[in-house]
Design a protein around this ligand. Sequence first.
Ligand code: AHM
Ligand code: MG
Length: 316
Amino acid sequence: MPTTLSRIASEGKHGHDMMPIIQGVGRAAIEISALLRGAVFRGALGAAGAENVQGEEQQVLDVLSDEIFLEEMRSTGFVCAVGSEEQEELLVIEEYTDADYLVLVDPLDGSSNLDVDGPVGTIFSIVKRKSANSERPHVSDTLQAGSEVIAAGYVLYGPSTMLVYSVGEGTHGFTFNPASARFELSHDNIRIPETGGYYSVNESNADQWSDGMGEKLENLKKDTGLGMRYVGAMVADVHRTLLKGGVFLYPADGKNTTGKLRLLYEAIPMGFVMEQAGGKSMSKDMLVSEVQPEALHQRVPVYLGSKTYVDGLLKG
Ligand code: AHM
Ligand code: MG
C-alpha cells in the first residue's frame, strides 16, 4: 500500500490534529491543480481587476485559489483563522473560532508564470494559537517565529502535482497519482545534497542588491562554479534547490528595501522544509526561524539551500 499524506502527518507531535489539516491542504491542491489545467478554456487567465494588499495585480486564478484553500481549511473544523497573501486582514472562520490552529498561505505563488504556462505553487504553514480558545482569534496569533511552526510545506503544480511537507520529523514529498486520485509518498525523507546543484536568483537586480550581495554572489560563483537556474516562482526554484542542492536567494534591493518575499507564508514555511531536509535558511544575518514577525505581510531577505553554499554566500 502506498504511504498516504495522513500517515506521515500523524507522526508529528500534534499528529492527531495535523492529519485533517494536511488532508485539507491535499484536497485544496487537487482542486487548484484542476482549476489551473483548464483555465484557458474558462477565460480564467488574466487579471482580476483588483490589487492585493501588496499593491500587486491579482490574477483571477489567485482569487479562485484563495477561495478554494480557505474553504478546505474551513471544512477541517481544526482551523480558526487563515492569513493569506490575497487578504489584507486575517480571515476568521466564524464556525470554528474556538479551534486550535491558524494557517498562513500563499495560495498561488509565482502567478506571473500563469500566462506562459510556467510552474506555480501553494505555500502554507500551520501554527497553534496563543490566545485562549474562548477569545476571537487575532492577527497577533499569526505573529509566531518559524521555531514555533508545527507543520509547513508547499504544493508544486508542474508536470506532476507534488505536495512536499514536514511536521517536524523530516521533509517528505508526495506526488498526485491520477490513477488512484490521491497523493502517494514518492520522495521519502528528502535530504538536500551538500554539493552540486545551482544558484537561483533574479540576477537582473544585482546592481541594486543591499548588503554587498552582488560581490558575495560573484565570490560564491568563482569559488564553486555553480551553474544558474531561475524560474521566478519560489516554489519551483526552492524545490529544485531542495532536490539538487545549491542556493536560492532573494536579497533586499533598491526597490524592495526589506526584501520581496513574505516572512509568514513564504520564507518561514520554505525555510522550515529546507531545515528539516538538512539545509539552512537565513534572512540577513539570522536564521529565518529566529526572525520575530511583526506584521502579517512583512517582507524579508531570504537565502536558503545547502549549508555550505548558504554559509559561503553570506561570509562573502
Ligand atoms: P507572488 O507570491 O506574488 O507570486 O510573488 C512572489 C514571487 C516568488 O514566487 C518568486 O520567487 C519571486 O516573486 C520572483 O520575483 P521576481 O520576478 O522579482 O524575480
Ligand atoms: Mg508568493
